[in-house]
Design a protein around this ligand. Structure first.
Ligand SMILES: Nc1ncnc2c1ncn2[C@@H]1O[C@H](COP(=O)(O)OP(=O)(O)O)[C@@H](O)[C@H]1O
Ligand SMILES: [Mg+2]
Length: 323
């Protein structure tokens, strides 16, 4: 089936999340972000630390109420669900967190952590042990781990426990918020591969959040690039990596280490000038302008719209008009 005939599983529409940080100060963590996620695909959400990725994810799972805009799940606005629909939504949509040290309750055993959701969703008590054991095996742990506490595990193992917890309620959609950023490089690939296999076996849909473009290339079907609360570019993965348009995306891509020395020589590393600016009361202009080597007057005075430059490829940059 063609994507355009299907309704997306998740639609983020003009989502804004502002935090009041003073009498006249709004921290615009997410400011008019829109993208869709189709069933069974992985969308990578990428951008430097502080650009609003986690806030976007939190709004999508109702941990935060949006300031403006909406999140539509399976055709329904998630802030307008009935009690019964809310319960189902809490089951269908799960999150895996960045920090496997902070996201597991240190006073609960693995059995309690993984079994909690099962209990809440009405799995009979005498079945919970068996289900937890099966879930642990699914993520490469075993039943001997059930009575242990989180501190007895390595970072990679803790993330596996977090994944087992997310899987316990048989979700449809999982927000993976930098699930490997806190892990040793040596085990990052194992966890990514496991997430990929689980997706295939269970038909899961993922939003995969990362702060650089190297990780998401391997796991994503499409990529959304954020900068300071806004989407600057989105496209299918192949297209984004081979034909990036936004200067920020180009700079992020040039920062990925190239294993092949000949290619590395050919790729000019594009520096990004200065520091990421503050998201408090941002100016109505291109938020990347002050760091962009191509910025013109217009970039400092007008917010660029996110526009389709070819099918499925959208860019928010005034330079596109000059092409
Ligand atoms: N609860 C909050 N209160 C105030 N500011 C917040 C809160 N959560 C996040 N922020 C701010 O919002 C911006 C985006 O944060 P976040 O979504 O965590 O970014 P990322 O996940 O991309 O690193 C940052 O400037 C951060 O300091
Ligand atoms: Mg984050």
């Amino acid at each position: 089936m063609e994507n355009k005939e299907k309704q997306p599983l998740v639609q983020v529409k003009h989502l804004c999340k502002y935090f009041k940080v003073g009498r006249h100060a709004d921290l615009k963590a997410v400011d008019d972000v829109s993208f869709d996620i189709y069933k069974g695909e992985t969308v990578g959400l990428v951008g430097e630390s502080g650009c609003g990725k986690s806030t976007t994810g939190r709004c999508m799972i109702r941990l935060y109420e949006p300031t403006k805009g909406e999140v539509i799940y399976d055709g329904k606005d998630i802030t307008k669900l009935s009690k019964a629909e809310q319960k189902e939504f809490c089951r269908k949509v799960q999150m895996i967190f960045q920090n496997p040290y902070a996201s597991l309750n240190s006073r609960m055993t693995v059995k309690e952590i993984v079994g909690e959701g099962l209990k809440q969703h009405g799995v009979p008590k005498n079945e919970i042990d068996k289900r937890v054991q099966a879930l642990l095996e699914t993520v490469g742990l075993n039943k001997d781990h059930m009575s242990r506490f989180p501190h007895e595990f390595s970072g990679g193992q803790r993330q596996r426990i977090g994944i087992a917890r997310a899987l316990s309620v048989d979700p449809e959609f999982i927000i993976c918020d930098e699930p490997i950023s806190a892990l040793d490089v040596s085990i990052q690939a194992q966890v990514i591969n496991m997430l990929k296999d689980l997706q295939e076996e269970r038909g899961l849909t993922y939003l995969f959040v990362a702060h650089d473009l190297s990780v998401v290339k391997y796991i994503s079907d499409r990529v959304v690039v954020m900068y300071l609360g806004m989407v600057v570019e989105q496209a299918e993965t192949e297209e984004l990596y081979s034909n990036p348009q936004h200067p920020y995306t180009k700079a992020l891509l040039s920062a990925i280490p190239e294993a092949d020395p000949d290619k590395a020589k050919a790729n000019r590393r594009i520096p990004i000038k200065g520091e990421i600016p503050s998201p408090i009361n941002p100016k109505q202009c291109c938020r990347f302008a002050e760091r962009c080597e191509y910025a013109t007057d217009r970039c400092f005075n007008e917010v660029p719209e996110l526009r389709e430059v070819c099918p499925g490829h959208k860019v928010a940059c005034h330079l596109m008009d000059e092409k």
